[in-house]
Design a protein around this ligand. Structure first.
Ligand SMILES: NC(=O)c1ccc[n+]([C@@H]2O[C@H](COP(=O)([O-])OP(=O)(O)OC[C@H]3O[C@@H](n4cnc5c(N)ncnc54)[C@H](O)[C@@H]3O)[C@@H](O)[C@H]2O)c1
Length: 459
């Protein structure tokens, strides 16, 4: 092993320990009443927010192989509560008011799957009520809500998982293993996109014909958002409005950055800049449909400095290849949740000469002199690059990373542990920079972020 690589590996190991100590293992008052659930007990859970992802999460939780039992659901649109009974049986308790779920002593865990603007409120209330919490991404709607959620989690001693489930896939785990083994040398650049080209993909979800103030609890939905008259589009297509959603950055960049932080064990960037526009979906939304952000990561004990470029284009009529490419001095890792290609590629030590080069413009005598010196300086072995090596990894066909993400959550509850794969500190370190991408877009300014203290820097 060459000394640079040995040093890199040493740093990675030390860094992983550091990240662990800064994150989940940091001493705080945990494990107070966690032992209530023994490994053999069934965890009873409720889902708050029974929309598209509420259904998807509930099903994934039931597929987790942990015996978790779905007992209650809350939602603000009556049709979705009816649907819960149609799918899961009349005995499932349903309510418009999530507080009725938090009051129930027989419920151990809640899944918070509401629109983004309710995440922090319901998560904190649930932890205070003694529930373990699975909260959808992004963990918070605004950057200034993050530390209070972390605080509530620490005080509660409860297990918490945030829902960027892709990091539970074996392709992401393999990317992490290869990166941390130094396979691509020192990181220098990351690019990752999540483009789309269809109306539903651009968040224009179907609106039921019976949507009205009678079937929807509009006042509760608004929560801490400005009071406006009932608007079915705002309720069923809330992602299009900043009052309730977090735009393409909070919805999609968050998955991309979570993956990169998982692989690199990075705490996050220190400078964030975005540019974008509302290009195609001019349907009343107040968020961009094209967004490109550059995030500068500082050098730390565990990785070199690097840039990350994130992109979403909701009107990408071209080829859509949504993946993440982590590039280093000795190769790259290109991955999705299904597969990964590691390409090892190193430059030879000798720079070469001739071809499209200034060498040919030298006088004949100078060319001779130059070649003499070059031959003396670069023996044959320095002129050859190592052969390019490509290694492919495919996740097992039957892999279910969504269910695995829930298994991690429920297993940690049973063990009395808070060390989930996506705890609130890790999750906020992913959420805050993408929320800063929005802030940069709207203010047209560079946002400075302290990834260790998890605070916006004023200067
Ligand atoms: N992890 C993923 O891959 C993934 C995928 C999609 C969505 N999500 C996240 O899941 C969340 C929900 O997204 P969705 O697509 O299911 O939205 P949705 O509009 O389909 O459903 C949201 C539901 O939340 C309910 N709700 C809102 N406020 C509530 C409250 N105070 N009490 C009870 N219910 C409330 C609404 O009635 C609505 O039915 C979002 O935060 C989103 O970012 C994650």
């Amino acid at each position: 092993m060459n000394p640079t690589r040995r040093k890199f590996l040493k740093n990675v190991t030390a860094a992983s320990a550091l990240v662990a100590s800064q994150s989940v293992a940091k001493p705080f008052n945990i494990i107070k009443d966690l032992k209530k659930i023994s490994p053999n007990d069934k965890i009873r859970f409720a889902t708050i927010g029974m929309g598209i992802q509420g259904h998807s999460d509930t099903k994934a939780a039931l597929r987790s192989g942990t015996g978790a039992e779905f007992v209650a659901a809350a939602d603000l649109y009556d049709g979705r509560l009816t649907r819960v009974k149609e799918l899961y049986g009349k005995d499932i308790f349903t309510t418009r008011d999530h507080r009725e779920i938090l009051e129930r002593k027989d419920i151990d865990a809640v899944l918070v799957v509401t629109s983004d603007h309710w995440h922090d409120h319901i998560t904190k209330a649930s932890l205070a009520a003694g529930k373990h919490v699975y909260c959808e991404k992004p963990m918070v709607h605004h950057i200034n809500e993050g530390l209070s959620v972390i605080d509530a989690w620490k005080k509660s001693g409860k297990t918490m998982q945030v829902g960027s489930q892709r990091i539970s896939s074996s392709a992401f785990k393999e990317a992490k293993r290869l990166f941390q083994a130094g396979e691509i040398g020192e990181i220098n650049y990351v690019e990752s996109n999540n483009d789309r080209f269809n109306s539903i993909g651009a968040w224009n979800y179907s609106i039921p014909t019976d949507a009205s103030v009678n079937s929807v609890d509009w006042d509760t939905f608004l929560g801490d958002a400005p009071k406006v008259p009932f608007d079915a589009k705002r309720f069923f297509r809330w992602r299009n409005y900043r009052d309730y959603g977090t735009g393409v950055a909070g919805d999609l960049f968050v998955h991309l950055i979570t993956g990169v932080h998982f692989v690199t064990a990075s705490n996050g960037p220190e400078r964030i800049f975005s540019s974008g526009e509302l290009s195609y979906w001019k349907d009343g939304r107040d968020v961009p449909d094209v967004l490109v952000s550059i995030l500068d990561y500082p050098k730390t004990d565990i990785h070199a400095n690097f840039q990350m470029v994130l992109r979403v284009n909701f009107a990408n009529a071209g080829a859509i290849a949504n993946n993440t490419r982590i590039i280093g001095t000795e190769g790259q890792i290109e991955f999705t949740e299904d597969n990964l290609i590691l390409t090892k590629k190193k430059l030879p030590k000798a720079p070469g000469f001739g071809g499209y080069d200034s060498y040919n413009t030298f006088s004949e005598s100078e060319q001779k002199e130059f070649k003499k010196q070059y031959d003396a300086q670069y023996p044959a072995e320095m002129r050859k690059a190592d052969p390019v090596k490509e290694v492919r990894f495919d996740a097992p066909k039957d892999e279910d990373e969504h269910a695995d993400h829930f298994r991690d959550f429920f297993d940690n509850i049973k063990k009395g542990s808070v060390a989930t794969i996506e705890d609130p500190i890790f999750a906020f370190r992913a959420a805050a920079p993408v929320l800063a991408c929005n802030e940069s877009y709207f203010s047209k300014k560079v946002i400075k972020w302290d990834p260790v203290a998890m605070k916006i820097k004023k200067k």
